[in-house]
Structure formats: structure tokens, C-alpha cells
Design a protein around this ligand. Structure first.
Ligand code: HEM
Ligand SMILES: [Ca+2]
Ligand SMILES: [Ca+2]
Length: 297
């Protein structure tokens, strides 16, 4: 359905225009990397990769207003909005917001030192964005391996894809409340390295300021590398859903492979991102090409 070079005659420079806009945004704030990458997941897993997450509603009932999306950082939205504005000034009404998000998600990975890959294009923007349709479609940080596999397989993503995509947690941050149950239940989560647990208790006390965050990969939080998997092997995965990939014997060997062979991780990540970009896409004359990514035409 989707093809590389979809815009070769209608907007031949779209890739360089988007890359330039993402690069500009990145020089202003490093959080562009993680926020844009996460936004792509949250778009694709709800209504498909169709820009539905970008819609703003005056009534506060759009997808972005759903509880699961409230921690999406504003810089990801801003990246897409800015890139769309640059694209519109050259090729008005031609390139979908969904495609711009897919390109921007690839670009931040490359700019952070990760693998490059070609992005298939031709997505149309969706006409539905409802907060009430989010619950149950996004992974929860306390999911076990079966729950992760079940959710990802609904979108044609297998366990290797799921493990590779989890490697996105090589960049960015999590608020304390997403993992504090690992620190403050009846005992500290035994799969957590004790010294890492101590560090986290320092960052996240029992009743932390709701704005406090901890890095998902404390060693290189802005670098796209395979240290995420090395952390998991060392018991230093931040979320339960991260650490379980190493703890569960059914996924452990893939984690060890990615920890030892960055090339294997990079290849699997690039392949899985292309698959993620195909989830639930609208093509042809479905949906529309939004002019403003935050509203329907
Ligand atoms: C495997 C299941 C996954 C779970 C349970 C999960 C869960 C989470 C949670 C709870 C956070 C912290 C949010 C916050 O408190 O601000 C987070 C952050 C993040 N997630 Fe995931 N995620 C998963 C998979 C993915 C995938 C597939 C991607 C992208 C391909 C991704 C990209 C990110 C990024 C980049 C961040 C950091 C965001 C930032 O710093 O602004 N995650 N994730
Ligand atoms: Ca969507
Ligand atoms: Ca990293």
C-alpha cells in the first residue's frame, strides 16, 4: 500500500524539508528526540498511523487528552507542526501529517546516532480522534511479556519487533509514578539491581513532585545506542515492562543478542519501525490531507 518516494512528483523535497525542520527543532531542545519517537508509537497504536494523536479539541476530548497521552511531551507535537508548516509553504495540501510524523520519527533516531532506514509514505490523515478510544490500546509499564506480545501482535508486530521497538527507551525519561511500585511495595522489586534501586529512590522519593523524571537509559539518555539492552542484562531496566524482557526466559536471548551486537539491534529496530509505520494506515481516498495537523479540514 505505502511506497517509498510517494511524493516524488508532488513534493520531491519533502524528506529534506522535514529533516531540516527536525534538525532546527533539535538545536532548540534535545527532548525533541524522545518526544517525537514516542509520539509515533502513540499515533500508530490508536486508529493506526494517521495523525489522530495530533488533533487538538477545544472540549478536551481528543486522543491527546486521554490519560495515557497526557505525559506526551509538547515538543513532539511541536516538531510535527513546525515540519508541516515548512512543507506546506513548498507543497501545500499534499503531504499528510501522518507521513510527516513517520519521517520525523526516523529523523530523530538518525540525529541521535541510531540507524537510518527508508520510510514508506502515502498515509492519509484520519478523521477520528477521541479520548475515549485510547484505553487498552497502549502498552502499560507494568505489562508482562505475554501482555506485551498480545498487544503488539494485534498490529502484526512479533516478539522480536516488540523487543527491538522497546529499544526506543534508549532515549528519554519516565515520570516516577510509572515505576515507583517497583521501589515502594512490600519489598523492592527483586529483578532491580540494588544499587540502581537506591539511585532511583534518591530521584523518586515516596511522594515525589509529579514533574520529576528518571532517565530510561541513564548512561546515554539522548544517544540512540544499544545500552538499553546492556542495562537490562545488568538489572537496570527502569520500567517493569523493560526489565521483564530480560527476566522472562522466552525473550532473554534476544535481549542478550541486542546487548552484544549493536548491528543486530539496529537492523531489527529499522525493520520494526517500518512495520510499525504500516499499522492501520489509510491510503487512496480514505481520510484527508490535513492542512493544519491539529484540526480536521
Ligand atoms: C513495550 C511497551 C512500552 C511501554 C510499556 C512503554 C511505556 C512507556 C512509559 C511509561 C514511558 C514514560 C512516560 C512518562 O512518564 O513520561 C515511556 C517513555 C517513552 N517511550 Fe515507551 N513504552 C513502550 C514502548 C515504546 C515504543 C515501541 C516506543 C517507540 C518506538 C517508545 C518510545 C518511548 C520514548 C522515546 C519515551 C521517552 C519519552 C520522553 O522522554 O519524552 N516506547 N514509555
Ligand atoms: Ca493514530
Ligand atoms: Ca541511550
Amino acid at each position: 500500500q505505502l511506497v517509498e518516494n510517494f511524493y516524488r512528483s508532488t513534493c520531491p523535497n519533502v524528506e529534506s524539508i522535514v529533516r531540516q525542520a527536525v534538525t532546527n527543532k533539535l538545536t532548540q531542545t534535545i527532548t525533541t528526540i524522545a518526544s517525537t519517537l514516542r509520539l509515533f508509537l502513540h499515533d500508530c497504536f490508536v486508529e493506526g498511523c494517521d495523525g489522530s494523536v495530533l488533533i487538538a479539541s477545544p472540549n478536551g476530548d481528543a486522543e491527546k487528552d486521554a490519560p495515557d497521552n497526557l505525559s506526551l511531551a509538547g515538543d513532539g507535537f511541536d516538531t510535527v507542526i513546525k515540519a508541516k508548516q515548512s512543507v506546506e509553504s513548498v507543497c501545500p495540501g499534499v503531504v499528510s501529517c501522518a507521513d510527516i510524523l513517520a519521517l520525523a520519527a526516523r529523523d530523530v533516531v538518525v540525529l541521535a546516532g541510531g540507524p537510518s532506514f527508508n520510510v514508506e509514505l502515502g498515509r492519509r490523515d484520519g478523521l477520528v480522534s477521541q479520548a475515549s478510544r485510547v484505553a487498552g490500546n497502549l502498552p502499560s509499564p507494568d505489562f508482562n511479556l505475554n501482555q506485551l506480545n498480545a498487544l503488539f501482535s494485534r498490529h502484526n508486530l512479533n516478539q522480536i519487533d516488540m523487543i527491538a521497538l522497546s529499544g526506543a527507551h534508549t532515549v528519554g525519561f519516565s515520570h516516577c509514578n510509572r515505576f515507583s511500585n517497583r521501589l515502594y511495595s512490600s519489598r523492592v522489586d527483586p529483578t532491580l539491581d540494588p544499587s540502581f534501586a537506591q539511585e532511583l529512590m534518591g530521584t523518586c522519593p515516596r511522594n515525589p513532585d509529579p514533574n520529576v523524571v528518571a532517565a530510561l537509559d541513564p548512561q546515554t539518555p539522548t544517544g540512540f545506542d544499544n545500552l538499553y539492552y546492556q542495562n537490562l542484562v545488568a538489572g537496570r531496566g527502569l520500567l517493569t515492562s523493560d526489565q521483564v524482557l530480560f527476566t522472562d526466559g522466552a525473550s532473554k536471548s534476544t535481549v542478550i543478542d541486542f546487548a552484544n551486537n549493536p548491528g543486530n539491534f539496529n537492523g531489527a529496530f529499522a525493520a520494526a519501525m517500518r512495520k510499525l509505520g504500516r499499522v492501520g494506515v489509510k491510503t487512496g481516498n480514505q481520510g484527508q490531507i490535513r492542512r493544519d495537523c491539529t484540526r480536521f479540514n
